[in-house]
Design a protein around this ligand. Structure first.
Ligand SMILES: Nc1ncnc2c1ncn2[C@@H]1O[C@H](COP(=O)(O)OP(=O)(O)OP(=O)(O)O)[C@@H](O)[C@H]1O
Length: 387
């Protein structure tokens, strides 16, 4: 049993509350990613689970046992740090064996576990080297090996790939995914501010928020599977954080409600149907419409409904896709991401079709309006019939 449960957890440093009202359940064997911008408290939360940071309020349970006052070494967790935290004067073998020696594990057992982990991580030829004789990726493998030999119930990773170059990061990411497959019974918690890593690795993402509102900073914005967060963000923060380029936001008013949901009017005059419930809202209410750049499909038909029309200000071609920068009087650029090359900035305004189910509507508090029950769930959303 390695279920991890956090109930009403709070963390204060002196008078400063950095984590508010954290309620979270990580199932046996789940790969959970704590994601959020710098300063939102994700490392602190991980360190509290590891036991190297005290939990100010609430209960932290691992495998059915309350852990608030249990020392780190007795929690059956192993942590892999961003800076690897290897002992520079010890060899790779000694680094990996160190924790087991401390725990008075029999020598033969230590040898067997270190050699097995080294084989798995392909660092056998490096066992006699010192950390300074290793590359960044090799050091990270040693740090992971040191966690593996302890046979923990829970692996904790604190931004383990952020010191590696881009190519190595992608490679090590797949190795961490393999590790999860090799130890299906161990739960894993992984801290990152990189949404791509989170999307690629997680069974469950816990998105924490930071920002100017101190009452919301250090609280959970949304918990869910990666595609749930992507296709069904619960609020403006989640909508804006996930996705690159990020979601476009437009101020709209509620024009009317019908069996298919809401009809909203953009400030530029276009009407769009969005299949959400408008219970409790009056016509004329000001809302925020969210459209992902990749869900804005250029169409030729001038008379079509469910389109927005914009003049294109600039284009960026990446070969695989292009970004069209649209004229809009907001501080943030509005972008449409299209599959084709666009070699010249079009002179005439372009029409972009948006599928109703790919539109997002948020109320005045920034909370997403619920989709109608007839709308496909995030895993059934297909863009093939979009245009
Ligand atoms: N020991 C400490 N004393 C006082 N404040 C702290 C301490 N450790 C962290 N904090 C504060 O707690 C907040 C959360 O920090 P934390 O390192 O957990 O954020 P993070 O989301 O992991 O950020 P990053 O991605 O930049 O590492 C920050 O405002 C930080 O300044």
């Amino acid at each position: 049993m390695t279920q991890i449960l956090l109930e009403n957890v709070e963390k204060r440093f002196g008078k400063l509350t950095v984590l508010h009202d954290i309620n979270l359940n990580i199932e046996d064997g789940q790969f959970c990613v704590f994601l959020g911008p710098s300063g939102c408290g994700k490392s602190t939360l991980l360190r509290m689970i590891a036991g190297i940071e005290e939990t100010t309020e609430g209960d932290l349970t691992i495998g059915g046992e309350i852990m608030n006052d249990v020392p780190p070494a007795e929690r059956r967790v192993a942590m892999v740090f961003q800076n690897y935290a290897l002992y520079p004067h010890m060899s790779v073998y000694e680094n990996m064996a160190f924790g087991l020696k401390q725990a008075k594990t029999p020598k033969a057992d230590i040898e067997k576990r270190v050699n097995e982990a080294a084989r798995m991580l392909q660092i056998e030829p490096l066992l006699d080297r010192k950390p300074k004789q290793l590359s960044g990726g090799q050091r990270q493998r040693v740090a992971i090996g040191r966690a593996i030999v302890r046979q923990p119930a829970v692996f904790l990773f604190d931004e383990p790939l952020s010191n590696l170059d881009a190519a190595l990061r992608v490679h090590m990411r797949s190795e961490i995914a393999n590790l999860h497959r090799d130890y299906p019974e161990a739960s894993m918690i992984y801290v990152t501010h990189d949404q791509t890593e989170a999307m690629a690795l997680a069974d469950k993402i816990v998105l924490l928020r930071a920002g100017p509102d101190v009452t919301k900073k250090g609280s959970i914005a949304q918990i869910g599977a990666p595609l749930e967060l992507y296709h069904r963000p619960a609020n403006l923060f989640a909508a804006g954080f996930l996705g690159s380029p990020s979601m476009n936001f437009f101020t709209v008013t509620l024009e009317s409600a019908n069996a298919e949901g809401a009809v909203v009017k953009l400030q530029s005059g276009e009407l769009l149907q969005v299949p959400v419930s408008t219970d409790g809202l009056s016509n004329g209410a000001e809302l925020t419409l969210g459209l992902r750049p990749e869900h804005m499909h250029p169409v030729d038909d001038e008379t079509r409904e469910q389109v927005i029309r914009r003049k294109v200000r600039a284009v960026e071609n990446f070969g695989e896709y292009s970004h069209l920068y649209l004229n809009e009087s907001t501080e943030k650029p509005m972008i449409a991401k299209v599959a084709e090359d666009v070699l010249k900035v079009p002179e005439k305004p372009m029409a972009f079709f948006v599928k109703p189910a790919a539109c997002h509507l948020f109320d005045a508090d920034g909370e997403a309006l619920a989709y109608l029950p007839s709308v496909p769930g995030p895993h059934e959303l297909s863009e093939t019939d979009a245009v």
